[in-house]
Ligand binder design. Structure first.
Ligand code: TTP
Ligand code: MG
Length: 420
């Protein structure tokens, strides 16, 4: 282990394959090499899963409707996806990472954090380790390139891996990280979605350096807990460890359906059910969640997710459900889907959150008051359920609804999953 005053108290790598699906297709079929390709359904309906780097100057890429991408880049060759192949290559890549460190956190098929702290004596300095990692991936896969970022925190490593894609290696020594981050746009901050970015801009904060220059209290006053977090990240402080059990930090409920569905109202029905179960588990554990994720699995077994980070945490099913419905709008695919799930992540202990003044009358405080009322109501239902069982609960829950919504079956059935 390096000593405490080493410039690298921790060594964290983030590795992200370049144009992953497209690169696999180009590797397997030499005729596609060096050409613009779009991986996605050739039918013209549906969305582009990824574009090769040769196609990217035409401003086409992931999640764009295929028909539009073909118009913008007519010379592109459309290649149907082969998910089994990508999964197999992903296993190869993760296997390579495992030869560098046992501490790996896979984020998706093509992306992982690797904790390399203590590996320097064996593998050399971080730059050398990065080069070795890239070479090992190239060799094991038969030619694929990966972009690697190395620094002392997960946050900086992730920003670094994306910095000069493709085929890049970016090493940011921890003591230079804050300066290195400063010119980056605030959208790079972990947890800053489009709405939050707007809010930050309205506060006159456009770069990470702008955020770092503000007092922690100033940020906390305006952005709550999120402000504290941004302050930390902007100073390149990120205590998160590389954790192979990352999934255990979420609480989810999902269900594989007996028949594939496309109808949005039916999907919402299952989202509500999952939201009820997740809310109940959060309350039982005394936790609240900042993050809400919706997961859909397509009939051809592709898992799609969309997530949202709330400004205020919640343990209320109604909030989770509302976020879930908003997230549903963000899926480009129409279905049919074979699985519907909702989970809460970024979980905190209830009571740690600063409470707003319920009587000050601004919109977010009113929203919080609504959440508090709803919390009490749902907690009362929890108690009823514990005392009298699911039947009473069903009726109590019906009474609690002001508008007509599908009734819930509280008896857990199907593929309910509690990762918490
Ligand atoms: P990414 O790592 O986001 O993209 P990429 O590897 O294609 O390109 P980059 O060089 O910018 O990293 O995603 C990895 C794979 O996941 C991608 O090849 C296809 C798939 N994917 C989807 O299916 N849908 C999506 O919306 C995105 C973003 C990715
Ligand atoms: Mg990638």
């Amino acid at each position: 282990m390096p000593d405490d005053d080493s410039p690298w108290p921790r060594v964290v790598a983030h590795a992200d394959m370049d144009a992953f699906y497209a690169a696999v297709e180009q590797m397997d079929n030499p005729e596609l090499k060096g050409k613009p390709i779009l991986v996605g359904p050739p039918s013209g309906r549906g969305v582009v899963l990824t574009a090769s780097y040769e196609a990217r100057p035409f401003r086409v890429g992931s999640a764009m409707p295929m028909a539009r991408a073909r118009k913008m880049c007519p010379q592109a060759i459309v290649v149907p996806p082969r998910f089994d192949r990508y999964t197999a290559v992903s296993k190869q890549i993760m296997g390579v990472f495992a030869t560098f460190s046992p501490k790996i956190e896979a984020i998706s098929l093509d992306e992982a954090f690797i904790d390399l702290t203590g590996s320097e004596r064996l593998l050399g300095d971080p730059e050398k380790i990065g080069r070795a990692l890239k070479e090992a991936v190239r060799e094991a896969t038969g030619g694929l390139t990966v972009s690697v970022g190395l620094s002392g925190t997960k946050f900086v490593a992730k920003v670094a891996s994306d910095f000069r894609k493709p085929d890049a290696l970016t090493v940011v020594p921890p003591d230079e990280a804050q300066t290195w981050l400063a010119p980056m746009p605030v959208s790079r901050l972990w947890g800053a979605g489009p709405k939050t970015v707007e809010k930050l801009h309205a506060l006159g904060l456009r770069t990470i350096g702008d955020v770092a220059a503000r007092e922690r209290d100033w940020l906390e006053h305006r952005l709550g807990r999120m402000g504290q977090r941004f302050h930390d990240l902007a100073h390149a402080r990120d205590p998160r460890g590389v954790d192979g059990r990352r999934a255990s930090k979420s609480i989810g409920s999902e269900r594989t359906l007996s028949q594939d569905i496309s109808d949005r109202e039916r999907i919402k029905f299952y989202l509500r059910r999952s939201a009820e179960q997740v809310g109940q588990r959060l309350r039982r554990k005394g936790r609240v969640a900042f993050g809400v994720q919706v997961k859909l699995k397509t009939h051809d077994f592709r898992t799609l997710t969309r997530q949202h980070r709330r400004d205020r945490p919640t343990d209320v099913a109604e909030d989770l459900y509302r976020d879930g419905c908003a997230l549903l709008e963000k899926f480009a695919e129409a279905g049919p889907f074979r699985l519907v799930g909702l989970s809460a992540y970024d979980i905190a202990h209830a009571g740690e959150e600063p409470q707003g003044d319920l009587f000050s009358g601004n919109a977010s405080d009113r929203a919080e008051a609504g959440t508090a009322r709803r919390h009490d109501l749902e907690a009362a239902i929890d108690t009823l359920k514990e005392r009298f069982g699911a039947d009473v609960l069903k009726r109590a829950d019906d009474l609690s609804r002001t508008r007509s919504t599908p009734n819930l079956d509280f008896l857990a059935d199907g593929e309910d999953k509690d990762e918490g």
